[in-house]
Design a protein around this ligand. Sequence first.
Ligand code: ADP
Ligand code: MG
Length: 477
Amino acid sequence: MNDLSATKTSAAAGTTPNNMAFSGLPLSPAALANLVSLGYTTMTPIQAASLPLALAGHDLIAQAQTGSGKTAAFALALLARLQTKKPDTQALVLCPTRELADQVTQEIRRLARSEDNIKALTLCGGVPIRNQLDSLAHGAHIVVGTPGRIVDHLERGSLPLASLNTLVLDEADRMLDMGFAEEIAAIAAQCPRDRQTLLFSATYPEGIEQISRRFLRNPREVKLSAQPNANKIRQRFYEVAEDQRLHAVGLLLNHYRPERTLAFCNTKAQCRDLVAVLQAQGIAALALHGDLEQRERDQVLIQFANRSCPVLVATDVAARGLDISGLEAVINVDITPDAELHTHRVGRTGRADAQGWAFSLASLDEMGRVGRIDEMQGRAGEFHPLTELTPTGSGPLCAPMVTLQILGGRKEKIRPGDVLGALTGSAGFAAAQIGKINVNEFSTYVAVAREIADAALRALNAGTVKGKRVKARPMEG
Ligand code: ADP
Ligand code: MG
């Protein structure tokens, strides 16, 4: 049985355009039409490699970098098998964090739009279990959750898995990093034996193989090399002395002026120091690291995604798995000792049709690491002098948008349209001046063009949202 030497599919390179069409898959016409309406015209390489196998019922180990479309690769497979008439839970997706579970649930709901009445439910820690018990009592075809909370429900008997036919381990590498191996084992033990198990991961550390051997049956392996699209990403290295490193990040930002940059540091302490240095230079930067509370993490990610914070500073662990796309630049503030990880970092930019920059700051001590990266990328890094970094534009880099926080969210039944209406209605702002609107449980965040931030704030505080007066305040980005 558990034969890991099973078929290996090497994807992408040899795949002809025809094989990249969703229409070649055994999916319902409604599902195919929905993909078109979502703008999914062709499969991503990991989807093309894994969907035929997953739809045929095979267990799967699929590895591809963040942002490669792994969610749809398992979501379409589990949706194809779903019997909506049966109220039982038929698919369970385990994710490392609440954020990722929320992202996965949203993507599943979008992909399920063509079918009536598919219920997908998120079950994560950090929220009262009461509400979850109520939701479960109404039935959920698909459950997406974090391992700890799922184990809780299994122990309470509130999540019957007898009808389960698909178990997905998403971001398996990160779940292992976070110490969830035992929970995963406990959950797998309660799933029917004849289920299908799909394992997705951005990297392929030792532990993944052990997990696969224990929980997967005769899995097919699909691995895509992490080589980012070299034509879309322009990489430059800068040699720095240790005491120039953090200052050099500001030089890069003020010279190239990318709208959104993800800056990677090797340690949390370095993240904190960099944010302080950038802020002192007048550049609004926010740090994402493991010490933040969930609410703070949400706020940081919202501000970065809605273009009101130009720089996100993160460790690799904090950034892993996040669906942050469309970045103009990635900065390697430190060179990572792991050449493959470097490639993953750099692959965060230059997605789809966009060009991206990848800058790396290397001290003499780090040249050995640069050498390993050169070797892996098959070419020598292009070094430029720091002195060529002169400020362009006027003043320090600043974001085009500002986030206003409205106290009141889902609990108050606020919807994005209510906020948009309040600002574009009698307040008179143009829809083009309003950016992303995120409604969380207790707060709503709306991005507005910097020029109108003060006026929009006054309008919100003076007017009403959904017929009620609200309090709003700007978030310092
Ligand atoms: P991963 O899990 O590999 O990190 P995601 O599943 O989060 O990647 O997908 C990254 C982004 O790509 C998402 O915004 C998703 O909506 C989009 N996407 C996925 N598949 C396709 C496709 N075939 N065509 C266009 N966009 C896609
Ligand atoms: Mg993912």
